[in-house]
Design a protein around this ligand. Structure first.
Ligand code: COA
Length: 260
């Protein structure tokens, strides 16, 4: 379906989701928020999907923000609902039990940077521009930008981006820890897919354990987080994948993980 606001393609165990409103630089309107929610719920439930790659259609933008034309008409109650729907969808991504890689192919502004930040890893084209420009519209970030940027990059960077509204380039985003890797634009897709395939070959339950520990640990005191990690670690000994991974190491062969 090429007229859909969200395209979905499976490349083996990697599901590639592409926000598809290139004429609006992939801005997030309500229909796109809902399509993302449905697609990530489906990816979570589908055992054939081991990794999700999220990107934007066209050469210019990952996502240039929430849809400004749609927001212009909202009442306060509708604005709150819009924020809550975006936040719910992004929390679904953040807590997905399998890795999500944001392939940042251009502008990631406002809701676009918020969308990239709820993904587990971010790989950006060297041409990408990232920012939280909401104040320029008389707004503030509403899909978690003030909170996730704070946790990713700290108070100074969060206040700089959110107060000035000025975009930064990919190299600066890497320096601030907002993205994991920056690659030449022409190599972005190949490198993002290589990363996704590497993750897809890994042990799914172990990846899920890491994601659960990091999500839980981000919200609790270190003692609780360490106890949770030890419990998750113990649970790994109940998996076939743990026997396979350790056994393959000892037998000097490549492991084959089945997610059990
Ligand atoms: N919401 C709705 N439409 C958007 C949009 C957004 N966040 N960002 C871009 N668009 C639309 C433009 O209105 C334009 O539509 P039109 O052709 O029907 O007029 C189209 O996408 C192309 O954008 P344009 O501004 O012409 O491209 P540009 O290359 O000159 O500028 C940007 C690119 C990203 C700098 C500019 O589009 C921009 O500043 N966008 C808004 C970013 C923002 O504030 N995001 C946070 C929202 S909370």
């Amino acid at each position: 379906m090429t007229d859909s606001v969200l395209l979905s393609t499976d490349r083996g165990p990697v599901r590639v989701l592409t926000v598809n409103r290139p004429d609006k630089l992939n801005a997030l309107d309500l229909a796109t928020l809902d399509a993302l929610q449905t697609a990530f719920d489906a990816a979570a439930a589908d055992p054939g999907v081991r990794v999700v790659v999220l990107t934007g259609a066209g050469p210019k933008a990952f996502v240039a923000g929430a849809d400004i034309a749609q927001m212009n008409t909202l009442t306060p109650a509708q604005g709150r609902d819009f924020a809550l729907r975006g936040q719910r969808m992004m929390r679904t991504i953040e807590t997905l039990p399998k890795p999500v890689v944001a392939m940042v192919n251009g502008f990631a502004l406002g809701g676009g940077l918020e969308l990239a930040m709820c993904c587990h890893l971010r790989i950006a084209a060297d041409s990408a521009k990232l920012g939280q420009p909401e104040v320029n519209l008389g707004l503030i970030p509403g899909f978690g930008g003030t909170q996730r940027l704070l946790r990713l990059a700290g108070r100074a960077a969060t206040l700089e981006l959110c107060l000035t509204g000025a975009p930064i380039d990919a190299a600066r985003a890497l320096q601030l820890g907002i993205v994991n890797r920056v690659v030449p634009a022409a190599e972005l897709e190949a490198q993002a897919m290589a990363l996704a395939e590497q993750l897809a070959a890994s042990a799914p339950l172990a990846l899920r354990g890491v994601l659960d520990c990091v999500n839980f640990g981000g919200e609790c005191a270190i003692g609780e987080g360490l106890a949770y990690e030890a419990t998750q670690f113990g649970l790994m000994f109940a998996t076939e994948d743990m026997r396979e991974g350790t056994g393959a190491f000892l037998a000097r062969r490549k492991p084959e993980f089945n997610g059990r």
